[in-house]
Design a protein around this ligand. Structure first.
Ligand code: FAD
Ligand code: NAD
Length: 407
């Protein structure tokens, strides 16, 4: 095939890294590359909880696509994908359509709401820049409103976070640092504000190292976070959250529920007819869905199994980036007819979770545990390493987290 059309959908970790690697490795005569994304910026999903809490401005999190993608080499289309038609080799956008020879799907995740009544209407989610900015503004609005009403409304100051997985824990860590600042700014006594993290499993961070979980909960509780563990969220309304614990139903008055209790792959992938499990499509070790040799799926839309545990790998940026790097190398080989396609094998280098900008927990390499400043520094190294890969030293200097020890 001469000068094939490669179309990449989504400019998150998986999509933008595929585009950046391909623009370096393929010549203009090798292939035509098109990158489609809803916005003209890439955002680091892994920093969105900071934007949502208001501890980091969202402009630090987003990167203009033209700053890292060579738009004379890659055709960037700012548009929204509405449908993927793999049998017709076509993608439908809000403002047109595209044909492809090779398609890379990297459309990321959506909140999984499990049909819980009221969630879609009343809960907030940390999904993208817009939804995170909305959470920050909603919390600030409630603080501003609190002292302007004749009747005290406690629901304005009860912030409930659904799920104590990594997203929930990282978000309450940021809130724990942000709330004292908001209290000062809006003359609200700190003891009037509650941050409540509701988790259905018998522990926070289910499946993670118990000593690190205990450290995280102690750190967060010391800063005023309340945990409801073994508590299953059942319903959300405009002014309360209902959960069930020990077969008892309890209510928390609140108009701020942030749902961080699970993700699924982008529905467009499921709607395209690929086999899928909670929106994630099983892919071969060449990252192809069954039956489609011209389609590749990376990141949160792809489901790959961990043979050791017999369970799917969790959807992470770490895996999305590694998949993109491998896919770009494989596509180059396919397009140049070199005949060598390397199977994808995740290389999990650890997991580090922040508990605010001054504390963290993590497990790295062969199981070494990190707490406190060491874990905080490691998290920043991981973040900066990504920026270095994406846009070199200038991007690290512009967007990186360079204050390693919070002096
Ligand atoms: P995304 O990064 O979500 O990108 C998807 C892209 O597709 C976006 O640019 C979006 O705008 C675009 N898009 C979506 N729909 C359309 C459409 N219809 N048309 C056009 N464009 C569209 N993982 C880690 O490994 N480490 C961490 O520390 C970590 N922290 C996290 C913290 C938070 C708060 C959250 C929510 C997640 C975190 N994760 C972390 C998970 C990680 O962010 C995801 O696994 C990762 O973002 C997946 O990358 P992706 O490329 O599949 O999708
Ligand atoms: P998750 O699925 O990992 O955690 C969701 C949590 O919500 C679980 O603990 C679950 O028991 C709980 N839950 C589900 N339904 C509930 C209900 N009805 N009531 C109360 N609790 C309920 O989701 P996540 O935390 O959003 O993470 C998504 C992905 O992103 C994961 O793969 C995670 O590893 C990754 N991530 C990684 C990091 C990091 O590495 N620092 C940070 C954030 C997210």
């Amino acid at each position: 095939m001469k000068n094939p059309n490669i179309v990449i959908l989504g400019a998150g970790y998986g999509g933008i890294m595929t585009a950046v690697k391909l623009q370096k490795s393929l010549g203009a005569n090798d292939a035509k590359i098109t990158l489609v994304n809803k916005h003209d910026y890439h955002y680091q999903t892994t920093w969105l909880h900071e934007n949502a809490a208001g501890t980091l401005h969202h402009d630090r999190t987003r990167i203009q696509i033209k700053d890292v993608v060579n738009t004379s080499r890659v055709n960037f289309v700012q548009d929204t994908v509405t449908e993927i038609k793999p049998d017709e080799k076509k993608v439908i956008l809000e403002n047109g359509d595209l044909s492809y020879d090779y398609l890379v799907i990297a459309l990321g995740f959506e909140a999984a709401t499990f049909g819980i009544p009221g969630l879609e209407e009343h809960a907030y989610t940390i999904n993208n820049i817009n939804s995170s900015r909305l959470i920050r503004q909603h919390i600030e609005y409630n603080f501003a409103k609190y002292n302007n009403e004749a009747e005290t409304k406690q629901e304005r100051l009860n912030i409930v976070v659904g799920g104590a997985g990594f997203t929930g824990i990282e978000f309450v860590g940021e809130l724990a640092n942000r709330i004292p600042e908001l209290c000062k700014e809006y003359d609200v006594p700190r003891e009037n504000v509650r941050i409540i993290n509701v988790e259905a499993a018998p522990t926070a961070l289910p499946g993670f190292d118990p000593a690190l979980v205990e450290y995280a909960m102690n750190s967060l509780e010391a800063r005023g976070v309340e945990f409801k563990i073994g508590a299953m969220i059942k319903e959300v309304t405009a002014d309360k959250l209902v959960f069930e614990k020990d077969e008892e139903r309890e209510e928390i008055p609140t108009n701020t529920v942030v749902w961080a209790a699970g993700v699924r792959g982008n529905s467009l992938v499921e709607n395209a007819g690929f086999e899928s499990n909670r929106g994630r499509t099983p892919v071969s070790d060449e990252l192809r869905p069954k039956g489609y040799d011209d389609v590749f799926i990376v990141g949160d839309c792809a489901l790959i199994m961990n043979e050791e545990t017999g369970r799917p790998y969790p959807p992470t940026a770490q895996i999305a980036i590694q998949q993109a790097e491998q896919l770009a190398a494989n596509l180059k080989s396919i397009i140049r007819g070199e005949g060598h396609v390397e199977p994808f094998e995740p290389n999990i280098q650890g997991t580090v979770a922040s508990l605010g900008d001054d504390d963290a927990i993590g497990v790295i390499f062969d199981g070494k545990k990190l707490f406190g400043w060491q874990a905080t520094a490691m998290k920043k190294i991981i973040d900066n390493r990504y920026l270095l890969k994406l846009g070199g030293v200038p991007l690290v200097l512009k967007k990186g987290k360079l204050n390693f020890f919070n002096f």
